[in-house]
Design a protein around this ligand. Structure first.
Ligand code: SF4
Length: 353
């Protein structure tokens, strides 16, 4: 894999009271012996992280880690990126994509929270998988297996810099006869090459045109590195899918995607092409996030905030979202799919919206 730059320099660790009673908690604390420990009642209630000035929020992403114990261990039905969303082993992220919805739940900084009861999480997933029995029929998610999304609220490739949670999850799915793991990522972590996934973990590499990613995918691995990693991850035993998201529209948007598709077509090993599928998600933006971004990254908003081609829609939890106008969105999505089919005809679209 290419150059490796860690996005983390952990100096402070907020931890719930029970963390040190778990071996994973003690392992993580031993990795960062110089970090200042700050006891907290709950990983959800850390006002200085939740209410910090958005203009300063990149600093805690690099320097702060939160450790907690995951309470709810249910798997939820999904049907898009996976059949089920597994109980998460973490939330928050060290990266700072300008369109990220993850930050909306836990405040702007939202550094990584790692859950130390990984054995409970693995047992809960295994129990849920066993109850499902064999998958009765193929669906867009997978032909044979139930697929569990492990990374709904963060990026597991970065989490793997902090603990062995991701290694344990990959190991778990090697043993489940009817289930596969899956997570999307924008970060290249060479440690993942040693996890021996035996094609039971699917990585969905998240990609967009490189020039756009430079502006929007803040603190992630450059797109060229993500593409270069695909072959190595495949040879290391991962199943590889692509996550084209978000598709951000602007004048001349097609050219960047054609360049990306061409680059992928030139680079991907035959084995990856044989099984390749992608999900395509057009940008949904958000009024509150727009205000936050104006405080720290206003250039991103010139691309994300386009009321001239977007329409407002209230989400179920009362947030004001902006999405591309319905009457045009379908046309643009069809155009995207046509370009993909032309340049990467072997790439099945799992879902697009
Ligand atoms: S990598 Fe994913 S979780 Fe992290 S900031 Fe970007 S979109 Fe959000």
């Amino acid at each position: 894999m290419n150059s490796f730059v860690s996005p983390l320099d952990i100096q402070s660790i907020y931890l719930e009271p029970a963390v040190e009673t778990y071996s994973r908690g003690r392992d993580i604390l031993a990795r960062f012996p110089a970090a200042k420990l700050i006891p907290v009642g709950s990983h959800w209630r850390i006002p200085e992280l939740r209410e910090g000035d958005p203009a300063d929020f990149l600093h805690p992403k690099r320097t702060v880690l939160v450790l907690g114990v995951k309470k709810g261990l249910n798997s939820r039905p999904n049907g898009r990126s996976a059949d089920f969303i597994a109980p998460s082993s973490s939330n928050g992220c060290a990266m700072a994509c300008a369109y990220c919805y993850v930050a909306r739940r836990k405040g702007h900084a939202n550094p990584i929270t790692v859950f130390v009861n990984i054995q409970d999480i693995c047992r809960a997933i295994a129990r849920h998988g066993a109850k499902q029995g064999a998958k009765p029929e193929p669906n867009q998610v997978d032909r044979h297996d139930w697929v569990y999304d492990l990374g709904e609220n963060g990026d597991l490739s970065v989490d793997a810099l902090v603990s062995d949670n991701v290694r344990d999850l990959v190991a778990l799915f090697r043993t489940l006869p009817n289930a596969k793991a899956s997570f999307a990522t924008k970060y290249v972590n060479p440690d993942l090459l040693g996890y021996d996934p035996q094609r039971r973990t699917r990585i969905r590499m998240s990609l967009m045109p490189a020039r756009m990613a430079k502006l929007l995918d803040v603190r992630t691995s450059p797109v060229a590195e993500r593409i270069a990693a695909l072959g190595e991850l495949y040879r290391a035993g991962y199943e590889l899918h692509l996550n084209f998201s978000p598709v951000v529209l602007h004048e001349g948007w097609e050219a960047g995607w054609v360049e990306l598709f061409t680059q992928l077509d030139d680079t991907l090993p035959a084995g990856v092409k044989d099984e390749l599928a992608a999900e395509v998600i057009m940008l949904t933006h958000n009024r509150d996030l727009h205000d936050v971004n104006l405080a720290w990254h206003p250039q991103a908003e010139t691309l994300l905030w386009r009321p001239d081609i977007q329409e407002e829609k209230f989400s179920q939890n009362g947030q004001l979202n902006l999405r591309y106008r319905t009457e045009w969105k379908g046309r643009w999505l069809a155009r995207f799919r046509a370009l993909l089919a032309k340049h990467m005809p072997y790439c099945r679209v799992r879902y697009a919206f």
